[in-house]
Design a protein around this ligand. Structure first.
Ligand code: CP
Length: 319
């Protein structure tokens, strides 16, 4: 593995899942793999899980990790090629990325979308600039359009449950949920991209009208505006809000009727409930669901370590 930006950087998802679960069983199996090497975790946006799980994963591999919250502590960065930097930006990525590439053996970047300009966000300018100029492998800690470490984690978590139940071909439902502000499409895009590429589930996406996602990620899934119909016999329900894609970055509805409740869960095959977190309780998901035995959000978040560890180890083995 050279970079980890999307599912396209992975040859065999199931093989990666097996290796991740081997790390879960034996976290220090490769404790010297990263000895003498260093990763930089560069955050243009906040994080709890991604930051700490990647640091724990690095530590398990003997890698040193340094976190830089560039949004709060660094110079305002410019990404536009040919920009006349007479405004608020101070340092061009062309200058910063090669320096970071000298300091670190692997560069991990979190950079959310602006939600102002779809073309800019969907061009993945920030992630592509770091890949172009850093000269070292780049790992996405969530980009403008995708969150691959989250999606690998989610397939690891689903696989654990399938193994326990000796089940195959689950029904996975990705359902839109209400939220108070416009959120990126990264997680639902990535969920759709990975589950479609995995190919081992009946996959249904349900959302209100006008919340369609980019077809490049959803193609292959069944898409319906009828949440109750979608939930029937589901084995896993993945709950997530996203803002509109077509008329970009807006909230058209905040209908609380889309919140998942225990009553709606009765339609499912006693489905496990997933969310990437952070979650706004009683807006996106009710307390009764989050605190029920159906919720596997803590297991999901805990598994972030093994996803990060397997990705870092694959990159170290190739470098
Ligand atoms: N799920 C997720 O990426 O969490 P953080 O934003 O806290 O890293």
């Amino acid at each position: 593995m050279k970079n980890f930006i999307s599912v396209q950087d992975v040859n065999n998802i199931n093989a990666l899942v097996v290796k991740a679960l081997a790390y879960k069983a034996n976290p220090f199996a490769d404790k010297t793999l990263g000895t003498g090497k260093r990763i930089g975790l560069i955050f243009l946006n906040p994080s709890l899980r991604t930051r700490l799980s990647t640091q724990v994963a690095a530590s398990n591999l003997g890698l040193e990790s340094i976190v830089f919250n560039v949004d709060k502590e660094g110079w305002a960065m410019e990404f536009e090629d040919g920009a006349i930097m007479s405004g608020h930006t101070v340092e061009h990525v062309k200058d910063a990325a090669p320096i970071l590439g000298n300091y670190f053996d692997i560069l991990c970047i979190r950079a959310f979308p602006s939600l102002q300009n779809k073309a800019d966000d969907y061009s993945e300018e920030v992630m592509n600039s770091f890949m172009k100029y850093a000269g070292v492998p780049v790992v996405s800690l969530e980009s403008a359009t995708l969150h691959p470490l989250q999606s690998l984690t989610d397939i690891i978590t689903i696989s654990e449950h399938l193994k326990e139940k000796k089940q195959s071909k689950p029904k996975i439902v990705l359902t839109w949920a209400p939220h108070i502000k416009p959120l990126p499409q990264c997680v639902p895009n990535s969920t759709a991209q990975w589950i479609n590429a995995w190919g081992e589930a009946d996959f249904v996406i349900t959302h209100p009208e006008d919340y369609e996602l980019d077809e490049q990620f959803t193609k292959g899934a069944i898409i319906t505006h009828n949440q109750q119909e979608a939930l029937k016999d589901a084995d896993f329900v993945y709950v997530k809000n996203w803002s509109t894609f077509n008329d970009y970055g807006r909230i058209y509805t905040n209908d609380p009727g889309w919140m998942l409740t225990m009553d709606k869960l009765k339609l499912t095959n006693s489905a496990k409930v997933m969310h990437c977190l952070p979650v706004r309780r009683n807006v996106e998901l009710s307390d009764e669901v989050l605190d029920s035995a159906n919720s596997i959000v803590t297991q999901q978040a805990a598994n972030r370590v093994w996803a990060a560890q397997v990705v870092l180890s694959e990159i170290l083995k190739e470098s």
